[in-house]
Design a protein around this ligand. Structure first.
Ligand code: GAL
Length: 330
């Protein structure tokens, strides 16, 4: 049994650090990727056959990862060249002291590219001193839980790119969504076939609405939903969603989702499940610890649909999660 907002332990008994994360199913396993701000780590990977017990597969991206440029002009630095000087008059959280020479890599998302056989990660990059780079970074690996090679950060078509997500459509076309224009607009980019670059900017959604933490799902009836939060840093706020008939079709305006703090969470990703009793979609959110970042936890809630086919979530504390049975509220 799991309790929303309580630490989730891996099979070694350690808290799972997969914040702002993403899940991918491959070869009989689920892989859970996410931010890990311990030591010199950036991204951790866990795997599970049943979505319930998670084995740590180690750190797939760190300050020591191999780097290799690809065709876009990228900044390959994985370390902060000008270490941040902490203000003397404020207590510094322990984990941040160790992060002195790190850049900021947030919200890692990974897709498998059928054509190239590569696992491709997109992630939000900042230099570790401020939030002005607003860039996207890419890393790849031949295996889902191998050491990823870092291909550097860049601004897609020169645009700012902060909170982000990836979405693979039914035909294999992939999209990268990221908050642009200082978070005012949500951009949707179609990716190139190899998922290593942006191919076209297909939308500038909800201009001036300041949406971030995007998460996408496609329902079996062909409706697409993008969930997001407003921009209040680590503090949670009212979640909203919009609906469309396709990633390149028109999107609706925003409607509320969850309560005024989205049950004290911010969207990380949507987990689609094929269970014995049909499709389930699970909202996975981060309950951030803020200054106590290491205590950040996860919120898993069933997404249900009303008679208009629109999604909603309700609070539920305890649940079981299983690949075949889905999420069962207790
Ligand atoms: C949030 C964002 C998080 C993290 C945080 C830092 O707005 O969604 O991913 O960047 O700000 O304050």
């Amino acid at each position: 049994m799991f309790t929303n907002g309580k630490p989730w332990l891996d099979t070694d008994g350690n808290p799972i650090h997969a914040h702002g994360g993403h899940m991918l199913r491959h070869g009989g396993y689920w892989y859970w990727y996410g931010e890990d701000r311990r030591e010199n780590y950036y991204v951790s990977c866990y795997r599970s056959r049943d979505l319930s017990s998670w084995e740590s597969r180690g750190i797939v991206l760190s300050t020591d990862s191999e780097t290799a440029p690809i065709r876009v002009r990228t900044d390959l630095s994985l370390k902060n060249e000008t270490p941040f000087e902490f203000p003397k008059d404020r207590p510094i959280p322990e984990f941040l002291k160790k992060a002195k020479n790190k850049v900021n890599l947030e919200r890692p998302k990974v897709l498998y590219n059928e054509k190239t056989g590569k696992f491709v990660m997109w992630i939000h990059y900042e230099n570790g001193r401020d939030y002005h780079c607003a860039a996207a970074a890419i890393a790849t690996s031949d295996t889902p839980d191998g050491k990823f090679t870092y291909h550097g950060s860049f601004n897609p078509f020169g645009y700012m790119s902060r909170d982000c997500t990836l979405f693979k459509d039914a035909d294999g076309t992939a999209y990268f969504l990221s908050a642009s224009r200082d978070n005012a607009d949500m951009h949707v980019y179609r990716l190139t076939e190899d998922y290593l670059n942006v191919d076209a900017l297909v939308h500038k959604l909800w201009q001036g609405e300041y949406r971030e933490a995007p998460a996408v799902m496609r329902r079996e009836d062909g409706k697409y939903f993008v969930f997001s939060s407003y921009c209040t840093g680590w503090a949670p706020n009212q979640g909203k969603y919009a609906v469309s008939d396709g990633m390149e079709s028109r999107f609706s305006m925003l409607s509320d989702f969850g309560d005024e703090t989205t049950y004290r969470s911010q969207p990380a990703f949507i987990l689609p499940l094929d269970t014995e009793t049909g499709k389930q979609y699970i909202y996975v959110g981060d309950r951030w610890g803020g200054r106590d970042y290491m205590s950040s936890s996860y919120i898993f809630l069933r997404i249900r649909f009303d008679d208009r086919g629109m999604p909603f979530i309700e609070w539920n504390e305890n649940f079981e999660l299983d690949d075949k049975k889905g999420l069962r509220e207790i």
